[in-house]
Ligand binder design. Structure first.
Ligand code: CP
Ligand code: NVA
Length: 304
């Protein structure tokens, strides 16, 4: 049987995503009650990082250990991948030795090529185009704190980047409407805009996007790999900040999410992080639980 991969949210059906999130919430409770499980005993996850990470590395590595398995950190700086060994050759070899592979890299085509040659499940842990693991944690958080997101309105304020793209996929999968507010020249992929046209409204001001929304989300103005654009982006995005004043336009029960790391004073005001609507720390912890559920789903083909 061909391995199941998780390169974008589109790799799973809505029912599968909901099942994984239900399981993630169970795992969250177990973890908080001090219960342990060994469903992935003797299983190994290879983690390939070509970009920096705190949450992703810690959550996958801790998650595998908590399920009885192990995780192996592979940096492109000291594997043959960094010296030009073809992605496909690396995929054949690595997947012959482990039970799943997680990759954080630049071009999305790299994870697609790796997955095509891999005999084991491949998980996208962020590419320039998508960050589906973060969306699993964000969706888990919303449903734990507010219930189903179906029919809700989500406001994405800021760059039309990898996180925005995954929110666009999530709008389709989870049945919410997405208002995207971004400056000209920083829109999300036009192909995704067309694909999800009925679920998305593109506006130019944060206020238009935030009005009546149930969830406000944002991300840094310059993503990893765009460090040279920081100054130009600071100018273009200067009015695209989520702060308590913007939150007053949203629904009274609206939540605020940010995948982190956050740049206080840029895309988010310092006081927004601890605002009563902020669920950023809850969502950060949920990276652990959502990915443990995802690992069980992909490696065992079932949720125990
Ligand atoms: N949100 C997120 O993916 O964080 P890291 O870059 O620290 O992994
Ligand atoms: N858009 C950000 C997300 C970091 C988790 C980046 O790609 O750097």
């Amino acid at each position: 049987m061909a391995a199941r991969h998780f390169l974008t949210l589109s790799d799973m059906t809505t029912a599968e995503l909901e099942d994984v999130l239900d399981h993630a919430s169970r795992l969250r409770k177990e973890w908080r009650n001090g219960q342990t499980r060994d469903t992935l005993k003797n299983r190994v996850l290879a983690m390939i990082f070509e970009k920096s990470s705190t949450r992703t590395r810690v959550s996958f590595e801790a998650g595998m250990t908590q399920l009885g398995g192990t995780a192996m950190f592979l940096s492109s700086r000291d594997t043959q991948l960094g010296r030009g060994e073809p992605v496909e050759d690396s995929a054949i070899v690595i997947s012959s030795m482990v039970d799943a592979v997680m990759i954080r890299t630049f071009g999305h085509d790299t994870v697609e090529r790796f997955a095509a040659a891999s005999s084991k499940p491949v998980i996208n842990a962020l590419t320039d185009d998508y960050h589906p693991c973060q969306l699993m944690a964000d969706m888990q958080t919303y449903r734990e704190l507010r219930g189903s997101i179906k029919g809700a309105t989500v406001a994405w304020i800021g760059d039309g980047n990898n996180m925005c793209h995954s929110y666009m996929n999530a709008a389709e999968k989870f049945g919410f409407h997405l208002n995207i507010a971004c400056p000209e020249g920083y829109e999300p992929s036009s192909q995704l805009m067309e694909q999800h046209a009925e679920r998305i409204t593109l506006v130019r001001t944060p206020e238009e996007a935030a009005r009546g929304a149930n969830l406000l989300a944002t991300d840094v103005w310059a993503s990893m790999g765009q460090e040279d654009e920081q100054k130009a982006r600071e100018k273009a995005f200067s009015s695209y900040q989520i702060n308590p004043a913007l939150m007053t336009l949203a629904d009274n029960d609206a939540l605020f999410l940010h995948c982190l790391p956050a740049h206080r004073g840029e895309e988010v005001s310092a006081d927004m992080m601890e605002h009563p609507a902020s669920a950023v720390w809850h969502a950060a912890e949920n990276r652990l639980h959502a990915q443990k559920a995802l690992l069980e789903f992909l490696i065992l083909n079932r949720l125990d």
